[in-house]
Design a protein around this ligand. Structure first.
Ligand code: HEC
Ligand code: HEC
Length: 203
């Protein structure tokens, strides 16, 4: 393995370790997020992500109502440079794992986003059909609310969904595993647009 790959692998193992601790109950109770501490930690985040966790900026994902564990893992990946977000570079360098769990708990308790903008019936149906064929609900759960490290994807910002699905397809983003890269392999831009439209216009 190259040096870079070895480093990436070591970091990914560490992220898993953190999760195992979090899941282990009392022994790892220190990783249970505290939403009140999270509110203080997240002071600098609201400039882009909004005071309510769903800001108006295009391309910035809504965090409100998102799975706490998913937020925490993404923040660890971002802090360790395993997920590249130029807007957030260096922002998390002084945050401990516990701080990130607190931030996860803080945003996860907020009311989820509900996108505006009208629904295009043809595109919505195409997205629904693709989602069925591609099994999106099998991991993202009923109504796409997610669970634990699998994110909520219902009623997320449409342009963010399209951007991030494209990033998975083009191998510009991967998580602690590569399941989304495999799911999106060889999808077309039109398919991505339909999936994003469908997910962004759930009831
Ligand atoms: C300057 C704007 C900006 C600031 C400030 C900012 N973010 Fe972000 N954040 C972004 C953008 C843009 C993305 C999406 C990048 C992409 O397309 O992958 C993002 C993505 C994320 C994600 C991934 C969400 C997902 O659904 O995948 C999390 C979690 C997150 N930010 C949390 C935070 C926290 C916590 C802070 C404060 C410590 C913060 N952000 C500050 C712009 C910002
Ligand atoms: C095998 C399980 C699995 C399947 C099937 C799956 N996903 Fe995912 N998805 C995941 C996991 C795990 C993540 C978190 C990956 C990461 O850490 O980046 C994720 C992340 C995402 C994200 C990023 C959300 C965010 O806020 O950053 C989107 C969007 C998404 N999936 C959409 C879809 C769509 C659309 C489909 C169907 C075409 C699908 N997924 C099928 C497991 C799956």
């Amino acid at each position: 393995m190259t040096q870079a790959l070895t480093t990436r692998w070591t970091l990914i193992q560490r992220v898993f370790f953190v999760l195992l601790i979090a899941a282990a109950g009392p022994a790892g109770a220190q990783l249970k997020g505290d939403p009140e501490r999270g509110a203080t930690q997240a002071k600098t985040c609201v400039a882009c992500h909004g005071r309510t966790g769903r800001g108006p900026m295009s391309g910035v994902p809504a965090l409100s109502g998102q799975q706490s564990e998913f937020i925490t893992i993404q923040l660890i990946l971002i802090r360790e440079g395993l997920r590249d977000i130029p807007d957030m570079t260096g922002m998390l360098k002084d945050f401990k794992d516990q701080d990130l769990a607190d931030i996860g708990a803080f945003f996860s308790r907020m009311e989820p986003f509900s996108p505006r903008g009208s629904r295009d019936d043809a595109r919505f149906s195409a997205g629904a059909e693709l989602s069925k064929i591609m099994g999106c609900g099998s991991c993202h759960m009923k109504d796409y609310v997610g669970q634990r490290q699998v994110p909520r994807i219902t009623n997320q910002r449409e342009e963010y969904l399209a951007k991030t699905l494209t990033a998975y397809r083009d191998n510009k983003r991967s998580g602690v595993d590569t399941s989304m890269n495999a799911v999106m392999y060889k999808t077309t831009d039109a398919d991505i647009a339909a999936l994003a439209h469908y997910l962004a216009h759930q009831k």
